[in-house]
Structures are given as C-alpha cells and as structure tokens.
Design a protein around this ligand. Structure first.
Ligand SMILES: [Zn+2]
Length: 583
C-alpha cells in the first residue's frame, strides 16, 4: 500500500505529538519546550522520556527510543507503518487515500474474514461429532481446553462438506475459492473442498482475525501438512502461528521461541510455555522478524540438531543479521536427535525445557562456529578467508556495540589486528557516503565536525535552512549529499519540523543517521543557533572550495583542463581570496 507523502505530511501537521503521547502517558512540563515522563519503553524510576513540541519528536535519554507521532504508534501500539498511519488518521478524523483497486479489495476483506470464521465453526462442530478426530487429539495429548483455545477442528472426508455448508450461492462459492477453502474443478462444473479428513488449525493474524488454516492428516498420507494457499487474507511470509494466542496470554512477551510446526506451538502452550510461535511452512523472513521484534527483544530459534536444522539456522541468521542491534538478544537452540519441541516437552516439564534456553548458542557463538567450520584456522589462508567472510556479515550490522564485540572476537579468532579489521570495515562502507558513522574511532576521516554540526542543527531546527543566502558549492565530502538534500526539502517546505522531516528517510539507509542527528546534543543556546549554523556552513564552504581547487590543480598537473574547468578553477580561487579578505 502506497500512502502519498503529502498525506503523511498533512497528518503529521494535524496530530500534535505532545497531545498524542499525553493520552497514553501523562506528560509534565519541565524545561523550555520539552515535556518529560517516565519512559513507556523501558523500566525506570526517573523521567528520561522527553517530548519536544516544536520538533514534534520524542526521545528517551535512557533507552534511546525516539521518533515522531507515527513512530510512537509503531512502538507503543506495536503497529507496522501503514497500520500506524491508519490509526493516527482515525484519531485525526482523516481518511487515508489509496488507489481505487486497493479500496475495492479492502472493502471485500471483512466479508472474507467472516466467511473464514464460519468455516472454523463448521470444522469445530465436526470435530466434536467425530470420534476419530477426538481420539486423535487425545492420543496426541491435547486437552479440551487447548482445543477450544486454538479452535482446533476437523474437516470431514469427502469432497463437498464445506462447499455444501457454506457455498450455497455462486457468489459464496467464489468467495470460498478466493480464500482457498474450495477449489474449482479443472474440468466440468463445480468446486471441491481443499481440506479433507484433516485436523484443522485455524491461523489468526496478530489482531486475532482468522486468515487461513493448516490441516494435518490423521493417519498416513501425503502431504502430512497442508496450508491455505496465498490469498488476499493470507501471506505465509508475513504470518506467525500462535502469535495472537501468545500475546493474548502474556501482557508482556519478554521472550519468544520460534518453532517449526503447529503441534510444537500447541504442545508447548499446553505445558505452560505460552510464548512459542511458528512460521507457516516457510523459512523465516524479515517480515516475520520485524513483527516479532515489535513484541519482544529476546528471540530463541528452535531447530533440529541435525545437518538440515543447522542449515536452516544459518539461513535464519543471515536474515536476522542486518536487523540486529544492541537491544536484541537472539539465541539458537538445537534439539537432541530425533526430538522436536512437541515430543520433548511431553517428556520433560516446563522447567527442564526452559533450562535448555540457558545452553542455547548465542548469535555470535553460532556465527563464529559455523564460519569456523568452513575454513582451516590453522593456516594463514584459512584465517584470511574466515575473516573476509565474517567481515562481509559484520559490516551489515549497525555501528553499535554488538558490531564492536564481534570485531573484537573476530580479531582474536582470526589472529588479525583489530585496527586492521576496522579499517577493512570502513573501506567497505565508503560507498555509503550518506551513512555517517558516529563512533569516536570512525570519526577520523569521516564527515568533518562542521558538517556534522550543520546537519544536526538543520535536522533539529529546520528553519535554519531559510537563513542561507547562496547555494552551496559542490563537494565530495562524506555526508554532503545529505546536507544538500536536507536543504532542498526544507526550502520547499519552510515550516517543516523535525518529526515530519524524518519521514523522508523512513526505511532508507540514512534513517539511523537522521535519527542520531535529531538527538545529537550540541549545547548551543537557542540565541546562538543561527550564528553557529552559518559559521559551520562557512567552514564547509571553505573546505569544499579547497578540495575543489586541489582536485583541479592536481588534474591540471597531469593533463590540460577543459575551458569549463579552467573557468571554474579561477572562479573558486577568486572566491577563496574574497573569503579570506572577509575574515
Ligand atoms: Zn526509555
């Protein structure tokens, strides 16, 4: 769904972040234009959570949570971006514009959800009437309470049960087919049931709406598990089985365990481990993880201990790596041969099963262990290969502590000097000239202080861009394109504030940089902001001029400059002289 930027800007202009947050947590005025409160995102006794009205931006000095009104909805109500926009629009009495086809499709969805629920009722009803199904659940040790809680059902044998029950008219048949419950016959007329003689597991989305089914065969037969196909309601790569039940059961999901099948989720749940979820027959995707990390900061992947399990775990690690940050904890639990969570939790009790989490491999241990097996660390060549492949992964991490820790560990394991690894890492990310690294070591040779200051002041007080009297010269400085882009946006929207400005980079690689700039403390008093900003810009002007002159002079030493370049060079030299005289 594409929401027009103009709408988002209108919405952010209409919603006041202070009012919005105040309806969730009481804010009190403390200093200047900032309001303070106890942070809703971490446990604390003092008030570290600040909200700025002019910036339309909140920031926690304790845990670093930050953002605009949309981010608050995302973090506080655990919504994704379109959902957050939708929720804010409702509060503001606005309607989110969408293109015509999307509207049509969405209008039909409530009806389809309802049909799904009717189907689940039918299957539940059949289960209670079918001794074979009840016996099966009993034999698998599933209690009546759990059957009810997860709405387990039974799809009878035969080809036309559901079709007869719910597909009375052609429209109803079409809808049933649209949500994947019946299938149109290849030849001739009519439809037949997709799920036959199976135990049915209704699949809910995170809001508890029914979106699909998984069906398991009772005896022998193929396929053992059958899922709903992809439909307007159901996208496998997005949904997690059990998440709805887990969040209903637990006020806070301190941790989540990710397992393979429905039966694992249900068995764990019945044994008191009510925080397990399963992917639906697909490998873990970024969508799954993004959804999960809105609920929890500790994730335990559970895999078979065999080769296939290790391969799947490595694949999951690669998905998760670019998303890792210092607040997340990820572990890999490998089960003993021939066991799955379902079988294991029945043999052990809750406590014994949870104790296994203590011995689970941390992300970093599993990472180095797996890469270490691929190279011979006793030879220099092997260690070089090991380091190169590890660096390839480590560079995807945000420049936070976790990255430093992995680099340190790599240095020890590969017996390569830490400084050398760091410079390799840096040379790798030079291509991203707009991603400014804020660690102290990386600051050298990166964006100059004056540029960083100019960027921070602009992000925090965008109106400063309106003080610029002339266009900035071209420059190769890292971070410079970002400065030009900021100025361009602000000059087109002279009244834009920090919170709205940040929307231009949502989901882009520069987003973390912009967020850091918005929070950077500069200790410049309000009255001195303009002078500091113009001073920083003047310095940049000088730096860019010098760099430009040097580049052309160096070129002139090698070859003849074009007429254009000559003119440019003399213009820059004159400009430099003029600037020097002015100082
Ligand atoms: Zn906080």
């Amino acid at each position: 769904m594409n929401i027009p930027r103009e709408f988002i800007e209108l919405l952010l202009a209409k919603v006041d972040v202070v009012d919005l947050i105040n309806t969730h947590i009481p804010l009190r005025k403390k200093s200047g234009s900032n309001y303070f409160a106890r942070c809703p995102f971490h446990n604390e006794k003092s008030a570290s959570f600040s909200v700025s009205q002019p910036k339309q931006f909140y920031y926690c000095f304790g845990c670093g949570a930050h953002g605009n009104a949309i981010d608050f909805m995302i973090q506080h109500d655990r919504l994704n971006f379109p959902e957050a926009v939708e929720a804010l629009a409702r509060l503001a009495g606005m309607e989110v514009p969408r293109d015509a086809t999307a509207v049509k499709k969405n209008d039909a969805l409530p009806g389809l959800h309802e049909l799904m629920t009717k189907a689940a009722d039918c299957y539940y009803d059949q289960m209670r009437k079918t001794k074979r199904a009840i016996d099966y659940l009993k034999q698998r040790g599933i209690s009546g309470a759990i059957t009810k809680q997860f709405q387990l059902g039974y799809a009878p044998a035969g080809w036309a049960y559901l079709n007869d029950q719910l597909g009375k008219t052609e429209t109803e048949k079409k809808q049933l087919a649209e949500i994947g419950l019946i299938i149109k016959k290849n030849e001739g007329q009519g439809y037949y049931d997709r799920f036959r003689d199976r135990i049915m597991f209704p699949i809910h989305d995170y809001r508890g709406r029914l979106i699909g089914f998984g069906g398991r065969i009772l005896d022998q037969g193929e396929p053992k598990y059958l899922n709903s196909p992809e439909t307007p309601l159901f996208q496998k790569g997005h949904e997690l089985y059990g998440l709805y039940q887990a969040q209903k059961q637990n006020r806070n999901l301190d941790r989540v365990i990710l397992v393979e099948g429905y039966m694992d989720v249900i068995a764990l749940f019945q044994h008191g481990i009510t925080y397990a979820v399963a992917t639906l027959g697909t490998a873990t995707t970024t969508h799954h993880l993004e959804r999960l990390f809105r609920y929890t900061s500790e994730l335990i992947f559970c895999f078979d201990g065999d080769e296939a399990g290790r391969t799947a775990a490595w694949r999951a690690l690669q998905v998760i790596f670019p998303m890792m940050n210092d607040t997340l904890q990820v572990k890999f639990l490998f089960l003993p041969d021939g066991e799955d969570p379902d079988s294991l939790v029945r043999k052990e009790d809750k406590t014994a099963f949870e104790q296994r989490f203590e011995t689970a491999l941390s992300l970093s241990t599993f990472f180095f262990q797996t890469l270490g097996k691929q190279s011979d660390l006793n030879t220099m060549e092997g260690r070089a290969r090991f380091a190169a492949s590890a660096l390839g992964h480590i560079k995807q991490l945000p420049p936070e502590l976790f990255q430093s820790i992995l680099l340190n560990e790599l240095s020890k394991r590969a017996r390569i000097d830490l400084a050398e690894l760091k410079s390799q890492l840096k040379s790798n990310d030079d291509t991203d000239s707009n991603v400014i690294v804020f660690t102290k070591e990386a600051a050298k040779g990166k964006a100059p202080t004056s540029l960083k200051l100019a960027l921070a002041l602009l992000v925090q007080q965008p109106s400063l861009a309106n003080e610029l009297s002339e266009a900035l010269p071209p420059s190769q400085l890292p971070g410079y394109p970002l400065l030009l882009k900021l100025i361009e946006i602000i000059q087109q929207n002279p009244h834009i504030n920090t919170g709205t400005l940040m929307e231009y980079w949502r989901g882009q690689k520069e987003e973390p940089t912009i967020a850091k700039l918005a929070q950077m403390e500069h200790l410049i008093p309000e009255s001195g902001l303009k002078n500091e900003f113009l001073g920083a810009i003047r310095k940049l002007f000088g730096l860019s001029l010098n760099a430009g002159i040097d580049r052309l002079l160096a070129k002139a030493a090698q070859e003849d400059l074009s007429e254009e370049e000559k003119q440019e060079l003399s213009r820059w030299i004159a400009k430099k002289k003029e600037d020097n005289n002015n100082q």
